[in-house]
Ligand binder design. Structure first.
Ligand code: MRU
Length: 361
């Protein structure tokens, strides 16, 4: 499988004939490019928890495809027995990770789809679920393209851009969110210089963003997380583009741990920070960042993973939150598929959803 071109292969795919969800296994990148088949609920849960598939939009698409694949094997004799198992499996998948709202958002969409078709035979409900999962996948591709088009209007040829974690094609089906403006800029011949934070402890920047940008021919420089102040002080960065796992109604944004540090440093050096956010990641039911549940992960990720030997003293206390919240006051704009929202976000995000509802209805 070593010959798979990650830029030409969807990060998440549905293999309907084989009753499987197929993902690029991100835990093996960049050394090995391998596809992984997910057939059981346990395999699907593990893939999300273990970050074999990761990044808010990709998690959402994987969850939608997963619940559809599982639904195909559920009882078809009555709606009640089907829906009982559907609900159990949905709740199980939803428990894999708490912060990225796309997981519960996609599963809720699939649930609403079941409810909308509840008077029909289960076979038809399953067909409707297939259409919904495919729609969620297709929307992800279109949304990222739009974010790329809006985002590129915020940069000029020759600019330096810094990004944290991986909000790239590997975090979505194709293109990415924070990388979409970079890819559009490349097509336009902007010749950007992109700085990738390595993103401790799981190194999504070093392993994934640096990999996919380099594969795409983008001028890429990898830096450790503690170097962003220096590159900004040197005047090498004109804009920061990052993704998000949940944007609250006031614009506070949860993204990979360290994003808020980058944003504070960027403020010090007058560099604008843009959050690239599909509306599927904006949670208007969460009023502020204080209401966002932050995932805590295993201490081994900090002390042992990626090291030949454990590098910290045994039994030392370790704090390992996967995300932090960047205050809305540090954010210059939230780039959505319906345009760029600016402060005050309580109003501009509402306007974005008004626009979305008009297009949909
Ligand atoms: O823990 P991860 O790797 O799933 O975290 C990913 C991020 O924080 C991304 O920036 C975010 O999900 C946006 S992806 C378009």
């Amino acid at each position: 499988m070593g010959t798979i071109d990650i830029m030409k292969t969807d990060t998440v795919m549905l293999d309907d004939a084989n009753d499987a969800v197929v993902i690029i296994d991100q835990t093996k990148l960049p050394g090995t490019v391998d596809l992984l088949e997910l057939k059981t609920a346990q395999q699907m849960w593990d893939a999300i928890y273990l970050l074999q598939v990761r990044g808010a939009p990709a998690i959402g698409v994987a969850a939608a495809m997963s619940i559809y694949v599982l639904a195909k094997g559920m009882p078809r004799d009555s709606f009640d027995s089907f829906y009982k198992e559907f609900t159990e499996k949905k709740q199980y998948l939803d428990s894999a990770r708490p912060t990225a709202v796309n997981l519960s958002w996609a599963l809720k969409r699939m649930d609403l789809c079941v409810q909308a078709h509840r008077e029909e035979p289960v076979d038809e409900i399953i067909e409707a679920l297939h259409r919904e999962a495919v729609a969620i996948r297709n929307e992800d591709v279109e949304v990222c393209k739009k974010i790329g088009e809006y985002g590129v209007s915020l940069i000029k040829p020759g600019d330096g851009v810094l990004t944290h974690c991986n909000a790239g094609k590997l975090a979505t089906v194709q293109f990415g969110t924070a990388t979409a403006p970079i890819y559009v800029a490349e097509e336009k011949g902007y010749h950007l210089r992109v700085f990738c934070d390595e993103t401790r402890p799981l190194l999504q920047g070093a392993r994934l963003t640096a990999f996919e940008l380099q594969e795409s021919g983008v001028d890429t420089t990898l830096i450790c997380d503690n170097m962003s102040a220096m590159v900004m002080k040197n005047g090498w960065v004109n804009a920061v583009f990052v993704g998000c796992d949940r944007v609250a109604a006031n614009g506070d944004t949860a993204n990979k741990i360290g994003t808020s540090v980058v944003a504070a440093v960027a403020k010090q050096y007058g560099v604008p920070v843009y959050i690239c956010a599909p509306t599927s990641t904006i949670d208007m039911n969460t009023p502020t960042g204080d209401d966002i549940v932050i995932e805590q992960r295993k201490p081994e990720e900090v002390a042992e993973m990626w090291y030949k030997e454990r590098m910290a003293p045994k039994n030392v206390k370790i704090f390992n939150p996967a995300f932090d919240v960047t205050d809305h006051s540090l954010i210059a704009g939230i780039v959505t598929e319906y345009g760029v929202a600016t402060a005050p976000y309580t109003e501009s995000l509402k306007e974005i959803f008004d626009k979305k509802n008009k297009v949909i209805n």
